[in-house]
Design a binder for this molecule. Structure first.
Ligand SMILES: NC(=O)c1ccc[n+]([C@@H]2O[C@H](COP(=O)([O-])OP(=O)(O)OC[C@H]3O[C@@H](n4cnc5c(N)ncnc54)[C@H](OP(=O)(O)O)[C@@H]3O)[C@@H](O)[C@H]2O)c1
Length: 270
């Protein structure tokens, strides 16, 4: 089956493309690097031609409020239009657990807009809402600095390994569309401050982590369970301590682009 992965060069996209190919699918990685741009429309019609499924795991290059909204709205509209013309039977998109509860955040308003366009379109769809990736914890610390200390909320979350995200999205992509959303998460719950502390300790990063009741997440105030998935969530297998022993955990920092994007978004939110 031909499955086009929009954002197929990214963290989740590259893992997803490999997994789909291992299962015998014709997985096509589509992104500006491969001549497919969902914002300008370049290469899009050709890429989705004869595809059964399109999976959107792209992300905006800028997380500034207006830019990220424009990215997800334009990109999703263009994608759905091309898919309708090509007769694509399933649109899968990766979103975030708790998106509806995070509308104080410009980034999450953009994800809400993305989800709305998908729900209103004529293409059968499945939205996969994932919790935070373990790979993002160091980046979260980097963008949560107040002076020389890391200030993060004490709220609960249930993060997961990027590899488990890709596995779950791959399963959804080859299943029938449900015209609804599924939640995926990690096997354990943590306090944000406590896990960021453990991640920094694993990297021998000496920064102090403070549980700050006023700290925002991507510009939004969290309550205790804002980021926690419901009881029906599909859970990944990889526990945090196991992930720490894997090669992915040895990479000390989030990609600089992620840090820049978050800084931009925080500047805007403050
Ligand atoms: N970080 C988290 O903890 C978390 C949690 C839950 C869900 N998510 C969601 O997961 C998704 C993927 O995140 P990620 O970290 O894997 O992203 P990423 O590594 O930043 O990759 C982004 C991808 O988007 C592509 N892209 C950028 N502009 C594009 C355009 N105009 N047209 C087509 N493709 C474009 C990039 O292509 P190039 O390489 O060619 O630039 C790249 O392949 C996001 O939608 C995010 O909301 C993230």
């Amino acid at each position: 089956m031909k499955i086009v992965v929009i954002g197929g060069t990214g963290l989740i996209g590259s893992k997803l493309v490999n997994k789909l190919r291992e299962h015998g699918h014709e997985a096509v990685a589509a992104s500006p690097n491969s001549g497919v741009n969902t914002v300008t429309g370049e290469g899009l019609a050709e890429a989705v031609k004869s595809a059964s499924v399109v999976v959107d795991v792209s992300n905006s290059p800028s997380w500034e409020d207006a830019a990220v909204l424009k990215f997800f709205e334009t990109s999703t509209r263009n994608l759905l239009t091309s898919e309708a013309a090509a007769g694509v039977g399933h649109h899968v998109a990766l979103s975030v657990v708790g998106t509806d509860r995070l509308s104080e955040s410009g980034y999450f308003r953009a994800k809400i807009a993305q989800e709305k366009l998908i729900k209103e379109s004529s293409i059968p769809y499945t939205i996969v809402q994932a919790t935070q990736f373990f790979e993002f914890l160091k980046g979260l610390a980097d963008i949560s600095m107040v002076g020389d200390k890391v200030h993060v909320p004490h709220a609960l979350f249930q993060p997961m390994a990027a590899d488990d995200v890709a596995t779950a999205v791959g399963r959804v992509a080859v299943d029938a569309p449900i015209n609804g959303a599924v939640e995926i998460g990690g096997p354990e719950q943590f306090r944000i401050d406590e896990l960021v502390k453990r991640r920094l300790a694993s990297l021998k990063d000496p920064r102090e982590v403070i549980a700050d009741p006023n700290a925002l997440y991507s510009g939004a105030k969290l309550s205790e369970r804002t980021l926690v998935p419901g009881n029906d969530a599909r859970l990944g297998e990889t526990r945090f301590e196991t992930w720490l022993t894997q090669p992915a955990a040895q990479i000390p920092s989030a990609p600089q682009s992620t840090v820049n994007k978050e800084k931009e978004s925080q500047k805007k939110a403050s």
